[in-house]
Design a protein around this ligand. Structure first.
Ligand SMILES: [Zn+2]
Length: 203
């Protein structure tokens, strides 16, 4: 074994969903090389997905709480989660499971937004949508994927927890006020969307 890698200690395996759609999350006790903190496997994905710890601090303007990314050749996928979300995974918090499943939803739905021009375009559309009181279709579809696994109430709880944390993060003055308002409004609309589905289910 490469001595720089250190030893690998497995914390736990979390299994989500039922047969056929099962997702396994192998979680390590601590990061090994390049921030790798776990591995996600499912028949739904073409290959294993690396779970990596997001580095940087919430005060950085390009900080991302959770993301779905891929390598340059597009072959190896990875999900990045910040430290608090990874801690939350260990206790299976609604917030952490929801964010993870949302990002995996993007992967299953093949929603790929490349860094650069592609992302700029995506972000522009996203901002315009939010300003007119809407959320991008691909975001709602990724949320629906998470709902299939967690159920609606836990998903709503997860989004509320996420919103509270976004508020706390964004209170630092490094953030541009307008961007903060867009992010919070978007999370609010996502909650409303799930609540409307919940309401329909009950009626
Ligand atoms: Zn998303």
């Amino acid at each position: 074994m490469n001595p720089e890698m250190g030893e690998i200690h497995i914390d736990q395996t979390i299994t989500l969903g039922n047969e056929g759609k099962e997702i396994s999350v192998l979680l390590l006790k601590e990061e090994i090389g390049h921030g790798l903190i776990g591995m996600i496997t499912s028949k739904l994905f073409p290959g294993n997905v690396a779970l990596v710890a997001v580095t940087g601090s919430p005060e950085d303007t390009d900080f991302n709480i959770g993301y779905h990314g891929h390598s340059r050749d597009g072959k190896s996928e990875r999900i990045g989660l910040d430290e608090k979300l990874i801690d939350g995974l260990r206790t299976k918090s609604d917030e952490s499971l929801f964010v993870l499943l949302h990002e995996l939803g993007h992967l299953v739905n093949k929603d790929v937004v490349a860094v650069g021009e592609d992302f700029e375009r995506y972000n522009q559309t996203r901002i315009e949508k939010v300003k007119s009181g809407e959320v991008m279709e691909m975001e709602l579809r990724a949320d629906s994927f998470a709902v299939e696994y967690l159920g609606i109430q836990a998903s709503i709880n997860g989004l509320h927890a996420l919103m509270d944390r976004e508020k706390a993060y964004y209170l630092s003055d490094t953030f541009i006020r307008e961007e903060v308002e867009i992010a919070l409004a978007e999370t609010g609309y996502r909650i409303q969307y799930l609540e409307s589905i919940q309401f329909q289910d009950k009626s």
